[in-house]
Design a protein around this ligand. Structure first.
Ligand SMILES: *Cc1c(COP(=O)(O)O)cnc(C)c1O
Length: 228
């Protein structure tokens, strides 16, 4: 068993616990282990240590690993940008999709979600800093996308996801997280079933939890730096 991975998982879970506690949260934030560019063997090791939820960015890469790890019955989250031509695989092979950013994606995700599977959990990805290069909808599109998802019986709207601009200025990030939490509260006031705010990564998850994150997506702090 890999001691480094064990140590990294414990440390990360402890930090999540502490940050959730410090923020007076009724439930602690959930850890999503981001396993993009990591081999299936590393995912298996982390799963053996108790981690069940894994996030992948690329559908094809994820499918290969899911095949190798089928015996483990893990929970898979698609967190990378979703193209229309990948909706069928996303709907059939994931438990969650974090990157629903256009109304156009709703109908195919719903259509391809198998009848015998639980509804697909979806998050609306918001482009919180208005960066032209980033995916995500603008805040004023959230309501219309949410309405479309609510009309889709094979999908379950769970909340919002965002990747704030990786600014070295922590106050800027705090303000992005705060804005996002405001949008999440608004969504929750209209749709009380929404329970997930996916924000925070390896270098800012404690700040994100402080500002209301309920799910943190962590890669390098668990697996070490990715080889590009
Ligand atoms: C890669 C990635 C992460 C994890 O990033 P780390 O900095 O390695 O923790 C989280 N969310 C998304 C959408 C990513 O693409």
């Amino acid at each position: 068993m890999n001691n480094l991975l064990d140590q990294a998982l414990r440390t990360t879970l402890q930090k999540i616990d502490n940050a959730s506690h410090a923020a007076n949260r009724p439930d602690k934030a959930v850890l999503l282990a981001v396993s993009k560019m990591q081999p299936a063997s590393a995912i298996r090791e982390l799963a053996m240590l108790g981690q069940r939820a894994f996030g992948e960015n690329y559908v094809q890469e994820a499918l290969a690993k899911q095949g190798e790890l089928e015996d483990l019955k893990l929970e898979w989250h698609l967190i990378g940008p979703l193209q229309s031509n990948k909706c069928s695989e996303a709907a059939r092979h994931f438990d969650w999709v974090h990157s629903v950013s256009r109304i156009k994606l709703v109908e195919p995700l719903n259509r391809y979600r198998p009848e015998n599977a639980k509804p697909l959990n979806v998050l609306i990805q918001v482009n919180i800093d208005g960066e032209a290069s980033k995916s995500g909808c603008s805040p004023n599109e959230i309501d219309s996308i949410a309405d479309a998802i609510l009309q889709a019986p094979r999908l379950k709207l769970r909340g919002l996801m965002a990747i704030p601009e990786p600014s070295p200025d922590l106050e800027k990030r705090r303000s992005s997280f705060r804005q996002l939490n405001g949008l999440f509260q608004l969504l929750q006031s209209r749709h009380p079933d929404c329970d997930t705010l996916s924000m925070g990564m390896s270098d800012d998850f404690e700040l994100a939890i402080h500002e209301g994150s309920t799910l943190v997506r962590i890669g390098s702090a668990l697996f070490g730096a990715r080889k590009a």
